[in-house]
Ligand binder design. Structure first.
Ligand code: ZN
Length: 61
């Protein structure tokens, strides 16, 4: 499973580090994505690919 080095956009299943909620996020988000349960920031925009501030459970195509 190659995550680094790909220019492809993906949806990721991530787990919130604070509350354990799992949700699906886009890895090229243009704005912050927050946990729907506790409001913690899960994804930060960073030029192209986003910075994921959560545990990545699965990469979805
Ligand atoms: Zn949370």
């Amino acid at each position: 499973m190659a995550i680094a080095g790909t220019h492809k956009s993906n949806f990721l299943k991530v787990k919130c580090l604070d509350c354990g909620n799992q949700q699906t996020v886009f890895d090229h988000a243009a704005s912050n994505v927050q946990c729907i349960i506790c409001g913690k920031t899960l994804v930060k925009p960073k030029g192209g690919k986003s910075e994921i501030v959560a545990q990545i459970i699965e990469v979805l195509d």
